[in-house]
Write a protein that binds this ligand. Structure first.
Ligand SMILES: [Zn+2]
Length: 283
């Protein structure tokens, strides 16, 4: 697990006792390698390493053989370590962010840690990554935009690649003509493309279709030298991809269908909302 992210234990049914990083001080397997090696509960969930006695959780460890005296001492240390743990039968385990300096969950701090630790050097070296996190739009929208740019949005193509085919087919629900990849959905699809064109026309710009969504982001990003103009283009970028995603989900999960006009109007509304009151041009 990414450092800084920790498990907050509820009923212990999503977290492995020995192997996961869920307790202050690090993974138990690493702290007590001897006990781990003789445990017959390797790989088991926390909730399978004990039982409820009324409202009290009782740990119940099982070993492959009788323990030596010095191993019993280790078991005592383990119990000491577990003493502050409070399981909660009515709640699922969840991942929480511990290292935010205000002690609260922050999308940005999480994503920066994930970006630094789990992605390939190729992705972290993209020049756009820092320009996503400017605070022009709400953090969850920045996060979404970033997922689009690094191709981590769960499009039908991506779900298919990881073996999840919950949506039945792999066709783009906007045009029902082509495979739903991020590149298609947000850029090449005729619906997306018309939304982009409407924005360009309203801003009096001519533009050649970029090859990839990343090139698109970078071309919009680099289009203006002035800080304010750049901010405007960035917000448009987020407004378009976000509303296309919402419309795509509405079509798949709610079976509703907005017209191109309505989709475009929604992007304008998002733009206006995120831009705030100090509008100095644009639509
Ligand atoms: Zn399409």
């Amino acid at each position: 697990m990414v450092s800084g992210l920790v498990m907050e234990i509820g009923n212990g049914m999503q977290t492995r006792f020995w192997e996961d990083n869920w307790i202050q001080g690090g993974v138990l397997k690493g702290s007590y390698p001897r006990l781990y090696s003789i445990s017959s509960q390797q790989g088991l969930l926390i909730g399978d390493c004990g039982f409820w006695d009324g409202l009290d959780w009782i740990w119940n460890f099982q070993w492959r053989r009788e323990l030596f005296q010095w191993e019993l001492e280790l078991v005592n240390q383990l119990h000491e370590r577990l003493r502050p743990v409070r399981l909660s039968s009515g709640r699922e385990d969840s991942v929480v962010w511990k290292f935010d300096n205000k002690g609260v969950f922050s999308t940005r701090s999480v994503i920066q840690a994930i970006q630094a630790e789990t992605l390939s050097a190729e992705i972290t070296s993209y020049s756009f990554t820092s320009s996503v996190w400017k605070g022009f739009v709400p953090p969850r929208i920045e996060l979404f935009g970033w997922f689009v740019l690094v191709d981590r949005v769960n499009t039908k193509e991506r779900l298919g690649k990881i073996g999840v085919n919950i949506l039945g087919d792999s066709l783009c629900v906007m045009c029902t003509k082509e495979l739903e990849s991020a590149e298609h959905l947000f850029l090449r699809c005729e619906v997306a493309w018309q939304v982009w064109c409407k924005w360009l026309r309203s801003l009096g710009r001519e533009w050649v279709i970029p090859g990839t969504i990343r090139e698109m982001f970078e071309s919009w990003h680099g289009l203006h030298n002035r800080e304010q103009g750049q901010q405007m283009w960035m917000i448009v970028f987020f407004a378009v991809i976000w509303n296309i995603w919402l419309e795509r989900n509405a079509r798949i999960f709610k079976n509703t269908r907005a017209s191109l006009e309505v989709i475009h109007t929604k992007t304008v509304m998002s733009y206006t909302e995120w831009r705030g009151d100090d509008s100095g041009g644009g639509c």
